[in-house]
Design a protein around this ligand. Structure first.
Ligand SMILES: [Fe+2]
Length: 348
């Protein structure tokens, strides 16, 4: 069948999950024509690849960013309108409300992520593992229902070996745990909160007073183990300290705070899930698109020389298929008083 000839996938270097979609012999127009004939195809490819797809040479999106929105529409019921989220306006694209802009340049002014500490692991392999590597998260987990899929596109990026994005396969990480431990985890809920409301591990340790929150800004609980609505596979769902609640959590019903049993469990699971064998490192080139399923992956950005280089990424998020846990729920972040973002740093 012609479609099978047109879309060719390959494995990703150094990764046990994910797939690259080869556009060498396929124009962008032909890609869209193919997907419009078979709209489920991109989601199927994503699910079959364990939640990670890389498509290179999509430079046409730079001149026509609406193409990124169109592509996103193949991955779920709703491409998010960022004007309706908690995100500050300086992170929006000027004319396309579905595009989040991530950059170290104004008006975003995202600082670069920290280098790993220590910078190189003793065995000399690329450092992925928490807590040596920091910044592991899943996008916007402080909202319910959380977004399903993130599409991250490189408009400008630093040279190779800087500003990468790391992805960790939390399905494989879950499946390799002891059966009895998995059963315990299946019953637990994590409490997720953005980093700037005084509930992160760092803020609690520093003695900050948690911010007063409106109802639509409050932390949200999610299963620690999510069942993927398309594949039925279970995956760990948690974030690092900057995106969980260390005042009332991070794990519901467990000892609270940065030194409590809940925090120890989060650290143990992150250390397990971010081992190099579960990770893929994406070296960005201009025109790259990485599609990542937040329901079954963690990701983390890496350091780059932000004084010398500009990193400009566009991101869309697709929602509407979070699974049975969220069936029929209203969006937690919609305020009865219209657009009311939280001011502070957005995750990357
Ligand atoms: Fe992110």
């Amino acid at each position: 069948m012609e479609l099978d000839i047109a879309i060719v996938t390959h494995t990703l270097p150094g990764a046990s999950f994910g797939a690259g979609l080869d556009l060498t012999k396929l124009s962008v127009q032909r890609l869209f024509d193919t997907l419009e004939q078979e709209p489920e195809r991109l989601s199927q490819l994503l699910n079959d690849s364990g939640g990670l797809l890389v498509i290179r040479r999509l430079n046409a999106i730079i001149d026509d960013p609406q193409l990124l929105v169109r592509l996103s529409q193949f991955l779920g019921p709703e491409v998010e309108d960022y004007y309706q989220t908690l995100t500050g306006k300086r992170f929006f694209h000027d004319s396309i409300p579905e595009l989040l802009v991530l950059s170290n340049r104004p008006p975003c002014n995202h600082p670069p992520p920290a280098r790993p500490d220590p910078e190189v692991e003793p065995i000399g392999i690329f450092p992925t593992r928490f807590p040596n590597r920091r910044g592991w998260h899943t996008d916007q987990s402080y909202r319910r229902p959380p977004p399903d899929v993130s599409l991250l596109f490189a408009v400008q990026c630093p040279p190779a070996d800087q500003g990468q994005t790391l992805y960790a396969d939390t399905t494989a990480a879950y499946e390799t745990l002891d059966a009895r431990f998995k059963k315990q985890l299946d019953k637990l809920y994590g409490i997720h909160a953005p980093s700037w409301i005084g509930r992160s591990e760092r803020a609690v340790r520093a003695g900050e007073t948690p911010a007063a929150l409106l109802p639509h800004q409050r932390p949200q609980r999610h299963p620690l183990v999510r069942v993927h609505p398309c594949t039925g596979r279970r995956a760990l769902y948690l974030c690092e300290d900057g995106q969980m609640d260390y005042v009332d959590g991070p794990i519901e019903g467990m000892e609270r705070g940065p030194d409590g049993a809940g925090a120890q469990l989060v650290r143990e699971l992150l250390e397990h899930a971010t081992q190099p064998k579960f990770c893929y490192r994406h070296e960005w080139q201009v025109g790259d698109l990485v599609i990542g399923d937040n329901r079954c992956l963690l990701h983390a950005p890496t350091w780059y020389d932000a004084d010398t280089y500009t990193r400009l990424m566009w991101r869309t998020t697709v929602m509407g298929n979070a699974g049975a846990e969220y069936a029929g729920e209203e969006k937690s972040w919609i305020s009865s008083q219209g657009y009311q973002p939280m001011h502070g740093m957005e995750d990357v």
